[in-house]
Design a protein around this ligand. Structure first.
Ligand code: ADP
Ligand code: MG
Length: 211
């Protein structure tokens, strides 16, 4: 298994764009239930622009891909998710150097979460994407410590993020638009936590495709 490189990062963006387009309606429906219904459109549009830019001006390294993602999402995606994911990818770009190995996967997720928390000031159990990124870090670090590959660490992170997204269902939202609903936000899965699990799943898909 090779370490994660620029080809992986570009393939991740190809897969993210396709996957988020595929899940556009599902994310719209989740956001309709507890928000304003734009999350699926925000994410699929945002990552389509990212892919266009990656194809037009292919970056030389992983940090370059992540910076382009950050700039594109901040410029093109409205709502909370654009700046939140934008900051996440900007922070991830800053740690994308040296050996991008299994141990780095946890570092990347931690940098992303730091960006999201700096920007959005949410903590765990507030029914946001923080509830997907937080368990992803622990799972990635555990996989790395167990001697797994980078692809396996990404898969562990993605699976933990998916479980984290499921775990938002009984939570009451206290941050973001969903918090306006108070108790009525209970019983619905958070759209941002769900899109985080899809993003990480496509990162794992891209790493597994390299072999
Ligand atoms: P908006 O809420 O402005 O319509 P989106 O619908 O694109 O933006 O994104 C909503 C998602 O953003 C939520 O599901 C949640 O996961 C995430 N979110 C909102 N506010 C915060 C915050 N303060 N911290 C972390 N994540 C947040
Ligand atoms: Mg919304």
């Amino acid at each position: 298994m090779t370490n994660l490189d620029v080809e992986w990062a570009k393939d991740w963006m190809r897969r993210a764009s396709a996957n988020l387009t595929e899940h556009r309606m599902e994310l719209i429906d989740l956001d309709r239930a507890i928000g304003d219904g734009d999350h699926g459109e925000n994410m699929s549009r945002g990552f389509s622009f990212v892919l266009e830019r990656v194809n037009d001006n292919p970056p030389d390294d992983v940090a370059g891909v992540f910076k382009l993602v950050a700039q594109t999402l901040m410029a093109k995606v409205g709502g909370a998710a654009g700046p939140l994911y934008g900051t996440a990818f900007m922070r991830a770009a800053k740690v994308a150097e040296g050996d991008l190995d299994a141990a780095w996967v946890g570092t990347m997720c931690e940098a992303a979460l730091d960006g999201i928390v700096t920007r959005g000031k949410a903590t765990t159990n507030e029914k946001t994407m923080v509830d997907a990124w937080t368990p992803a870090i622990a799972a990635a670090n555990a996989a790395a410590e167990a001697g797994k590959t980078a692809a396996e660490a990404l898969r562990a992170a993605a699976d933990a993020a998916a479980a984290g997204a499921e775990a938002t269902i009984p939570m009451k939202a206290t941050k973001g638009r969903a918090s306006y609903l108070g108790e009525r936000s209970i019983g619905h899965k958070d759209p941002g936590a769900t899109s985080t699990s899809y993003l990480l799943a496509t990162a794992a898909d891209a790493a597994e495709a390299v072999g």
